[in-house]
Design a protein around this ligand. Structure first.
Ligand SMILES: [Zn+2]
Length: 671
């Protein structure tokens, strides 16, 4: 390899590491995804030409090798103890008094850190290189999950910067940020799979994958909260807050607002203030941890048999409630998946009355051993649908009735089959009325054809009244206006609005239509990629599998699914009728308005919008010349803040970024 190529390779790898650090540690993306991919592509190119130059810490080497057959056990050099915890403020004060006594009047400070709800991990770096990632296990011995952790982008393969220790165990949590978790679930739903219920359990499941390539793309993240071994110890500061700063400079992500305070009152104030912000964080936090900042003082305080004496977690009450299971409903999804849902006596959870809770699948029903009549504990975490977490066995009545797996589809009576893996049941009929209703509702949803008023209730009524059977039927409904208006609670005005919405939806670009057709594996972004590639539906329909594979992001499974969909005569017939009705089947060339109101501006959208969906706001900004980014930085020109805008709003104000609300945003899009 020439010196130049070698130099370029090293420079590119450093550059990528620095971008990773900016992105994951500082939440401040310095380049676009596309530029980042270009750098990575160039590294890959150089490494293909010079395979001898591939090093284990190269950013191209996050996933490699064959799937594992199992996990090795590893012993922790320094045990991973759990942290004592309390829900009670007075116990925090008692903890503080014990500290005072043991430190015999010395001054001390508390580090106040967030307790991220994830899976505890220890990352070992030797001479800066990641050599081991291990789960906590029983505290003394854990599982070697190095291959899976390498596939998580926010885990640096090599520590960068100066003063990197000879040896360090970095302790922290692998967790699933809410946005990435929701996006992954959307993908699962588009694939006809049931969504994951709980980010922490799903993180545990992901880390147990034997095939590291399955970890890629899920968006798991790492955040550190401490250190095990550190060598040579004397080279590093006594203050953990200062050590945190060093760790950040090496590329390790930590909770951003960690603070150091000199009194228990100040620490408690932070905890109480934080409990109000936690919903805005973008990941689950179940409490705060108070830790003595000084390493030497920690050593003086030592351990009990179970916990370090120098730290305590102040946990927030889980939003749990007790109720009685009245019955189980079976819901049929748009691709036939049958999921059980608990119907229960109303219970107050997180300020709302809840009557239903998720049971996910039949494996879960069996694992919980839940029966009708049982007293159950339900929990609501963040924005997620409440779920049944356990049964209070002592309260089980004699006549409690087991829940049986349905043998026929509860909606249409067709036979059901077990999904691969055996966890899900699926209705086998393509004529299933429940599936049809789900598919038609999906067709009309605002992310697809965006037909006003066409929610689930109206769709059910239209199907039950025999007015629609497939999506092409929407476009002849104006001929049956009186019958539509005769539907219960419909009325003249709603009928006109709905039919006008149907008419407007004809102008949607091909990308929306493709997304709306319920083709297995095709979600919004894939539909857009396909539409932009082929530009009209005839080209999509006649595309071979090979041609479909040329589209960015389209793999074998997806290409086969699209191909099979358009091979089907009934589907071709629906497309023909849509076209005859005047529905647009072409994709406009992508244009950005260089003179638009957002030309040249970098814009971030945050909080809850009332009028627009988040996607719609992003589309508007881009079509009017702006660039959308996810995080606030010095480069941000404008923040559009909806209600409940949290940390981004605070950061924008701090940086002096212009902030506008939704109505001002809409006004500017029209100017
Ligand atoms: Zn069915």
């Amino acid at each position: 390899m020439s010196d130049d190529a070698h130099k370029e390779l090293n420079r590119l790898r450093d550059e990528i590491r620095e971008h990773d650090r900016r992105y994951y540690v500082l939440a401040d993306a310095s380049i676009s995804d596309r530029e980042y991919d270009r750098l990575l592509e160039r590294v890959r190119e150089l490494e293909t030409q010079h395979p001898e130059r591939i090093t284990p810490d190269s950013p191209t080497q996050r996933v490699g090798g064959e799937p594992l057959t199992g996990f090795e056990h590893v012993e922790h050099a320094v045990p991973m103890l759990s942290v004592d915890n309390t829900y009670d403020e007075s116990q925090l004060r008692e903890f503080d008094q014990r500290i005072q006594k043991r430190l015999e009047g010395d001054a001390y400070a508390y580090l106040v850190d967030a307790k991220i709800d994830g899976v505890a991990i220890s990352l070992t770096y030797e001479d800066g290189l990641l050599t081991l990632a291990a789960t906590r296990g029983d505290g003394a011995t854990g599982d070697d999950v190095t291959a899976n952790c390498r596939a998580i982008q926010s885990v640096p393969l090599r520590l960068s910067g100066s003063n990197v220790p000879k040896l360090i165990d970095i302790r922290g949590e692998i967790y699933w940020p809410r946005a990435a978790f929701d996006a992954y679930n959307e993908q699962r739903i588009a694939n006809g799979e049931a969504p994951f219920a709980n980010p922490r359990n799903a993180t545990t499941g992901t880390l147990k994958q034997l095939d590291p390539s399955k970890v890629v793309g899920r968006g798991l993240a790492f955040s550190a909260h401490g250190v095990g071994r550190l060598e040579p110890l004397d080279d590093f500061p006594d203050s953990n807050l200062e050590l945190y700063e060093l760790m950040r400079s090496w590329g390790i992500a930590l909770y951003r607002n960690v603070q150091c305070v000199n009194s228990i009152d100040a620490a408690i104030d932070i905890c109480n203030a934080f409990s109000k912000q936690r919903a805005t964080l973008g990941y689950e936090v179940d409490g705060m941890v108070l830790k003595i900042d000084s390493r030497k003082q920690r050593e003086r305080l030592g351990f009990t048999s179970r916990y370090p004496r120098w730290c305590i977690a102040y946990k927030y009450e889980a939003e749990q409630g007790e109720s009685v299971l009245l019955d189980v409903d079976f819901q049929v999804g748009k691709l036939g998946t049958i999921t059980p849902r608990a119907r229960m006596e109303p219970v107050q959870l997180a300020g709302t009355t809840v009557r239903h809770a998720s049971l996910h699948n039949f494996d879960q029903v069996e694992r919980l051993d839940v029966r009708i009549g049982d007293t159950i504990i339900v929990e609501k975490a963040g924005e997620i649908i409440p779920q049944v977490v356990r049964v209070v066995i002592e309260k089980r009545p004699k006549n409690a009735k087991p829940i049986e797996r349905p043998t026929i589809c509860p909606a249409c009576g067709s036979s059901v089959e077990q999904d691969e893996g055996g966890v899900y049941l699926r209705c086998t009929s393509i004529d299933c009325v429940a599936q049809r209703k789900e598919r038609l509702t999906y067709f009309c949803h605002r992310d697809q054809m965006d037909i006003e008023g066409a929610g689930k209730v109206l769709i059910e009524q239209l199907v039950d009244a025999g007015l629609i059977k497939d999506c092409a039927d929407f476009y002849s409904l104006h001929q049956k206006r009186d019958q539509v208006a005769a539907i219960e609670r419909m009325g003249e005005q709603s009928t006109d609005n709905f039919l006008a919405g149907v008419e407007t939806s004809k102008q949607k670009p091909l990308s929306k239509l493709l997304a709306a057709l319920n083709i297995r594996f095709v979600g919004g972004s894939t539909a857009t990629a396909i539409a932009e590639h082929f530009e009209n539906i005839d080209a999509v329909m006649s595309a071979s599998i090979e041609e479909l594979l040329e589209v960015d992001g389209v793999g074998d499974e997806l290409a086969a699914s699209v191909h099979a969909f358009f091979e089907n005569r009934a589907n071709r017939d629906v497309i023909r009728r849509l076209r005859d009705a005047g529905v647009n089947v072409t994709q406009p060339k992508k244009t950005t308005d260089a003179k638009g109101p957002f030309a040249g501006l970098t814009v971030v959208v945050t909080g809850t919008l009332e009028e627009l969906t988040r996607n719609k706001a992003h589309e508007l900004i881009e079509s009017l010349g702006g660039t959308v980014t996810k995080s606030i930085s010095k480069k941000t020109d404008l923040l559009v803040a909806g209600t409940k805008a949290g940390s981004k709003l605070a950061k924008a104000e701090k940086l002096g970024v212009e902030v506008i609300d939704e109505s001002e945003f809409i006004r500017r899009t029209n100017s």
